[in-house]
Design a protein around this ligand. Structure first.
Ligand SMILES: C[S@@+](CC[C@H](N)C(=O)[O-])C[C@H]1O[C@@H](n2cnc3c(N)ncnc32)[C@H](O)[C@@H]1O
Length: 261
């Protein structure tokens, strides 16, 4: 009678933890998000019930309904796996589900996963910290709910030394770029957009933060290449480092990474 909140990692099943793979193989039922890669779901034995509660645009499943479902399943089954993309507690609302389970008296545990916040930059050629270039990394959401105040203090972030990783940031990229530049980040700050990291469709684009303000550039980003066309993550990384080092300005040493599912 345990609900396991399990991180599925960024996509590639080989980036699952050993514990996650074991729990998937022995689960009675698996409740998963839209973000979980098909290749990971393929590891679930065919007789095990798979419930998709993915919150897609136009078909949202309210969080309260998901938590209620987990409580119900937790009372019925020995091993319930709640599978979430990346890490359950990194912008995954795993904490809310854990609280709901505690309040309902259902036993739970958490199995941390490889978060896309670190894995997507890494696979796109960006080490999120790098001695002499980035001494800190900040992970934020670029998503703004309609009519709500923004949680992220972009002005403060622009002043912090280090890499900024923006999850769910593509729709708001123009205003994010604008606010970072207004607050003092150089328009030349290198930006990597990493799309579908750790999956067959992985794509990486690199340009200056100012380009984020141009819809045209983002829709057809210069330098986009498929994973196969990239020479290798390492070469890419050296290219970024050269680009950053060439600039003789403290502000320009920081990279901004937007990660796209
Ligand atoms: C709701 S958040 C969940 C993050 C997740 N819990 C994690 O730790 O990776 C969803 C966002 O994570 C990012 N993301 C998730 N998987 C990704 C991947 N494979 N490649 C790039 N970005 C990804 C995207 O920004 C996406 O909009």
């Amino acid at each position: 009678m345990t609900v396991h909140l399990v991180g599925a990692g960024p996509g590639d099943p080989e980036l699952l933890t050993v514990k996650a793979a074991r729990l998937l193989a022995t689960a009675d039922v698996v409740v998963h998000d839209a973000l979980v890669d098909k290749a990971v779901l393929a590891l679930v034995p065919p007789h095990v019930e798979l419930i998709d509660v993915g919150k897609r645009p136009g078909r949202p499943v309210p969080q309260e309904m998901i938590t209620a479902l987990l409580v119900e399943l937790g009372h019925q089954h020995q091993n319930v796996v709640r599978l979430k993309g990346g890490d359950p507690y990194v912008f995954g609302r795993g904490g809310e589900e854990a609280l709901g389970l505690v309040e309902a008296g259902v036993a739970f545990d958490v199995v941390p996963g490889v978060t896309s916040a670190i894995a997507a930059p890494a696979l796109g050629g960006v080490p999120v910290t790098h001695r002499g270039l980035a001494a800190a990394v900040t992970v934020v959401t670029g998503h703004r709910r309609h009519g709500e105040e923004e949680d992220t203090d972009w002005e403060a972030l622009a002043r912090v030394d280090g890499t900024i990783v923006v999850l769910m940031g593509v729709a708001e990229r123009a205003s994010i770029a604008h606010r970072l530049i207004e607050a003092g980040r150089s328009p030349e700050t290198p930006v990597a957009v990493v799309e579908r990291a750790a999956s067959a469709g992985q794509r990486v684009a690199i340009f200056g933060v100012a380009a984020q303000r141009s819809r045209k550039v983002i829709e057809r980003p210069a330098g986009v290449a498929s994973a196969q066309e990239q020479p290798s993550g390492l070469v890419l990384r050296h290219r970024i480092i050269r680009q950053i080092s060439a600039e003789n300005n403290q502000l320009r040493k920081r990279a901004t990474v937007l990660a796209v599912p």
